[in-house]
Design a protein around this ligand. Sequence first.
Ligand SMILES: [Zn+2]
Length: 214
Amino acid sequence: MLPDLFLELPGNECKSPRDGLKPCKTEDILFLAALLQRAGNARYILETGDGAFVPEPAGVDDPESTETFAVKSRISRATVRGWFRKRFFPFRRMLANGRAPGHEVRFMGKELRSPTRWKPNEPWKLGKSLKWPFERGFDPLLRELHKIPLLSWQEIRPLKNGEVFCPLDGPVVPVGAELISPPVTWERLCGRHWRVLLCPNCLGQFSGKLIMMN
Ligand SMILES: [Zn+2]
């Protein structure tokens, strides 16, 4: 099942996360992307009295400004970008950092990490093959995320069957990866097996689902 929140782009009228949660908790990554894109050069996002999230208008500190705003909170754009990075790139961050909490990791059926160790070079081979590549210890995408335009791909078109919208790449068919907790957790009856859906170009994560546990 494809994740609903990646099947439709938030329109201009959409001023808060579509799952009803606060931006710091939301799964609506496309909304966070839209917010960052709308912010442009504004350094702050304002939460207005009626629960909308909008970029701080230029000249808000100007006493001459006639605009009056009921402002509930003020969030820096960098903070919103941090939420976006954390929420959308957990799988990529795990690979690029070479960290995994003792889990077995498979990408499109191929083992990248056994329960005990990373397969030598496999994460880097995968990193090199991506449209948005990363190397051992250096991930230009995550480091330079502030320079990368979101929701601004060339051609906006409706999705075809099986596609979702990636905020960086536009319509893509997700690929699957799996995370399996270590053997000892299965022996202790707390084993977990997740299946995640990822963007084939940037490894952004569209969904994560627990498919087996004991
Ligand atoms: Zn992508």
